[in-house]
Design a protein around this ligand. Structure first.
Ligand code: NAD
Length: 516
């Protein structure tokens, strides 16, 4: 196929009036379509369920964004049956044809970009810049995985012994259960689903219960792109109600999960148990939480370090698995960096995503609001709060202001994933100690070092225990194809989404040898 080389989708420029106007129009348009119902889609058929999931706007919980089906075991069973039978045909469809559907889905997302951004703002509470980065990432996944499939379609080179031909190729695996989180409802859902599909698998797509309407929009886009019925079965539902059933079923070949450590470990455990009629060892791709640290040493550009700490800690209200939730500062620059961070964080504009200049939106849901609020209480006991206020009444929106605690490294707020706009600042005697503190975590997703000292950078290059390590820059916003993403330790299986090793995780490698 004669495709142009892969290139990341360019972010929108919000200083251009035409973009601002297009976004306002999309917010209005999507605003006029709120409250609709979205059934499950199984084998192309719309399937209603007895119960529903009511999705609300986190900036204004009285506003219902939409109602989706809430799947039970009955619908899960139908979806697994359909995906199993459709696998017979889809797995035999040419890789080129499968790739073309991703490219078409990408073109549709580009055409419907402002609408997708507006759904992100309404259902995800995303500020415009964050929504744009996320939709761009979804487009990148489609473009990148389409090209990756074309790269891998004839297998990869291996050696043959004289008189024989050895071939090493990849084949589709089977039915995949795709379980996504709410924090990147367009990008992660699209990325996990498109990788599985382009590799020739059929899927059950289960979005997060907090962003099921965006899930429905993504499912519709694949449908519009011409994906045959039954390849993607859209199954909105509560993880607690339908998750175990999907994971345990003998028809499930693999599970691609992104979410919390607790759920990921449960999935891993359930998938490992063999049940009646099961004919394979289920594969689990699980990308989980983080407690990501930025280390600032005494040689660093302190202004720039402080700006990137603030961006990495408070982008999307700290609800990124890659977010900086610990800043570990060399004692000699501690006060100066902390002052700068406080000053810059104070300047952030908090609010519902009505305009381009809002930096920090609400957290996603009432349970998340309660969880983060309880950590704010814990932090107040454990250390000194140098920025932030007690959260207000969640009925007015799930807003929590950027918060900073000065704490010791053992503090719970410095060890447990909070997933909100809360930063723990820790003092270290020297660089070695700072790196030790950074590594002293069961997680290992992202990490950063700000330094001009070559020895420190080289040490961190080798020893920083994280799947994605960044020097002298922020630690969030991994670009597809440029910064393949996935964590060490309890952050997951290090699948490296958006990288060259990702698609093979969704396929079976096959060796065929012929002697002549
Ligand atoms: P979560 O674990 O609560 O839910 C994730 C998904 O799992 C949802 O779709 C949910 O319905 C489903 N689920 C819940 N219980 C289940 C069960 N028993 N069986 C099967 N599925 C079940 O996580 P969340 O709150 O949606 O997302 C936030 C978490 O995701 C954070 O910990 C964050 O760090 C992590 N995350 C990680 C990455 C990464 O790439 N490593 C990216 C984004 C988010």
């Amino acid at each position: 196929m004669g495709l142009i080389p892969y290139k990341n989708e360019v972010y929108l420029d919000w200083t251009e009036e035409k973009n601002v106007e297009a976004m306002r129009a999309a917010l209005k348009d999507v605003g006029s379509r709120l409250g609709r119902s979205y059934p499950a889609i199984i084998g192309g058929r719309r399937v209603e369920t007895d119960d529903e999931i009511v999705s609300v706007n986190p900036a204004d919980p009285s506003q219902v964004v939409g109602r989706t089906a809430s799947a039970t075991e009955r619908e899960a069973d139908m979806a697994l049956e359909t995906a199993t039978s459709t696998f017979e045909t889809w797995s035999r469809t040419s890789p080129e044809a499968r790739a073309r559907i991703l490219l078409r889905a990408s073109a549709i997302m580009k055409r419907r970009k402002f609408e997708l951004l507006a759904w992100e703002a309404h259902e995800g509470g995303k500020p415009w810049f964050e929504a744009d980065a996320q939709v761009a990432e979804a487009i990148d996944f489609l473009e990148y995985y389409a090209r990756e499939m074309l790269r891998l379609k004839d297998g990869v080179e291996i050696y043959s012994v004289p008189g024989e031909e050895s071939r090493y190729t990849y084949q589709p695996m089977g039915v995949g259960v795709i379980i996504a989180p709410w924090n990147f409802p367009t990008a992660i859902l699209t990325g996990m689903s498109s990788a599985a599909i382009v590799a020739g698998n059929t899927i059950i797509m289960k979005p997060s219960e907090f962003t099921s309407v965006i899930g429905a929009v993504v499912a519709e886009i694949f449908e519009e792109a011409g994906l045959p019925e039954g390849v993607l079965n859209f199954l909105p539902g509560y993880g607690s109600k339908v998750g175990d059933y999907l994971v345990e079923d003998a028809r499930t070949r693999f599970i691609s999960f992104t979410g919390s450590m607790k759920t990921g470990l449960r999935i891993n455990e359930l998938a490992a148990r063999q049940i009646e009629n099961q004919r394979w060892v289920k594969r689990v791709i699980a990308e989980m939480g983080g407690k990501d640290a930025m280390v600032i040493d005494d040689s660093a550009d302190l202004d720039s370090a402080a700006s990137d700490i603030v961006k990495s800690a408070y982008g999307y209200s700290g609800q990124k698995c890659s977010a900086a939730s610990r800043a570990i500062l060399h004692a000699d620059v501690y006060d100066e960096v902390l002052d700068k961070v406080v000053e810059k964080a104070k300047a952030l504009k908090i609010g519902g995503p009505e305009s381009a200049d809002v930096n920090v939106g609400p957290v996603i849901s009432e349970p998340q609001f309660e969880k983060v609020s309880s950590y704010v209480d814990v932090g107040k006991q454990e250390g000194e709060r140098v920025l932030g206020e007690d959260p207000g009444d969640p009925q007015g929106g799930y807003f929590i202001s950027p918060t900073i605690f000065e704490v010791e490294r053992e503090a719970r707020v410095a060890r447990e994933e909070i997933f909100g706009p809360v930063l723990s600042v820790i003092k270290a005697r020297d660089f070695d100690e700072a790196l030790r503190v950074a590594n002293d975590s069961p997680y290992g997703l992202t990490g950063g070092v700000y330094s001009k000292n070559r020895d420190h950078l080289e040490l961190a290059r080798r020893e920083f225990k994280a799947g994605n390590v960044y020097f002298n820059r922020g630690i969030t916003g991994a670009l597809v194809g440029v910064q393949p993403f996935g964590g060490f330790g309890m952050s997951g299986t290090d699948s490296k989404a958006g990288g060259p090793d990702y698609l093979p995780l969704h396929m079976l490698a096959r060796t065929v040898v012929e002697r002549f």
